[in-house]
Design a protein around this ligand. Sequence first.
Ligand code: GLC
Length: 559
Amino acid sequence: MENREWWKESVVYQVYPKSFQDSDGDGIGDIQGIIQRLDYLKELGVDVVWICPIYKSPMDDGGYDIADYYTIDNMFGTNKDFDALLEKAKMLGMKVLMDLVVNHTSDEHAWFQEALRDPESKYRDYYVFSEGIDGQPPNNWRTYFGESAWESVPNEDNMYYLHAFTKKQPDLNWENQEMREEIYQMINYWLDKGLGGFRIDAILNIKKRIEKGFFEPDGEDGLVFIGHWILNQPGIEVWLKEMNDRTFQPHNSMTVAEANVPSERLKEYIGSQGFFSMVFDFSYTDIDVPSTGEWFKFSGWTWELMKKHIFTNQLVTQENGWGALYLENHDQPRSIDKYIPASDINDYSKKMLATLFMLLRGTPFIYQGQELGMTNIQMDSMEEYDDIATHDQYSRAILSGFSPEEALAAMNRRSRDNSRTPMQWNTSKNSGFSQAEKTWMKVNPNYHMINAEAELVKADSVFHYYRQLILLRRDSRYQDTLVYGEFIPMNEQEDGTIIYQRVLDGKKVLVAINYTNQTQSTEILTEFDQYLLGNYDQPYQVGAKLSLRPYESVVLANF
Ligand code: GLC
């Protein structure tokens, strides 16, 4: 068996702090709110909580624009509140992960302010400044969000700074060793407090291959995607190793990097000596996004492709190291709306998705509200959207000929705000999220139907199904098989179902799901004579032909 690690046996819960629980009535979630809800997470059974950025920030990009790495933003509370959170989590046997955003800072960070104030200061080289060409930016790169990646420096002629995301997120220059040292020191500051580790943001962008000039555009805007020059560039491995050696490794931390790594390099990243514990793969969560990243257009994906991506990713990851499993996060719409046709959204299909992803090989990440089966929100106008990327995509949709109605429909389908609406706790005001008159983001009106309180008392709710899946992973009889067991794809050529086995030392678990609204029959697998879990109350008959009802999922064993 491969090495045991605490983070392989964990189940992670992602908290989007602005929308989790407001404790002081300002309409915005906060750390004390998270503390109040830790018991709920304990009941669900998760043992690691990842909290999206809570550092001091002007919130241009939901906190991924950090103005001070050492201070908790007062919108969320104080550093003391955070210490209290760590303490309570520890008492409950849970670990906390923070977000690590070190590809860029906010333009309001003291380093950047100093770099602007004094071009001679050492902080100038902490960022990427460049002269323009004939009054134009140094090149025609487009950011991840849609604009030119160069912003002109105020009060300086022909001078620009680089930003891969919004113009309020200047990119850091990792070539500068002193800057790197400051970053490592900051990481160790948080780890020394007892933090379990980090989710690491946009880390594959830190090495830049700066080239000036005009490159062939790949869009109507005359720009070309910056990723070709800043994604996973040669030499990046030196800094990733340095960072790991100096920070995570000595702390035995859990790290999960937001990083689509090509399979031939995966071992370097997630092998036993890798830079990270695991990485997030995008292939099946971004399955509806065309390769250009223009998510207002629809990729036209199919479940057959989804199955192929899942199987490929599982096999490649298994060969090279450890993986992270997820269906949702703060950058994705709700999974149920993405993967299931509107007319088929119900508890069966929600539980089917849960079964499919929670028992694959890797560490599962549940995004807040996913365990309740929360759904996308319908917005009536663009003013209701907060997310900067949504506004960018809307403009690009209009530019490429969408009518305003079509563009809004695309935002309703894919906006990141779909998952950023307040957590639905109960049927009281603002779904129990906040006492404020107005919350920072609209509450999904379906909270009367979908909320934690209702699901906690209903034995067959989606919440309890997630709980059972976690319990199954923890059950001493099955844990080793479900955590460390080999992943073996089954019935690969068969449409309508996804079937796989997890096998360790001759002990086998079979997971079978039907992703359609029709009954699917598949080969008889008589060796699986134990029924562990399923999403229909009348369970599958052990030993009978494996016939799966619409969106049925079953977990069987042969021990
Ligand atoms: C990551 C985050 C996303 C953010 C971006 C820029 O992709 O998940 O929310 O907008 O990085 O920091």
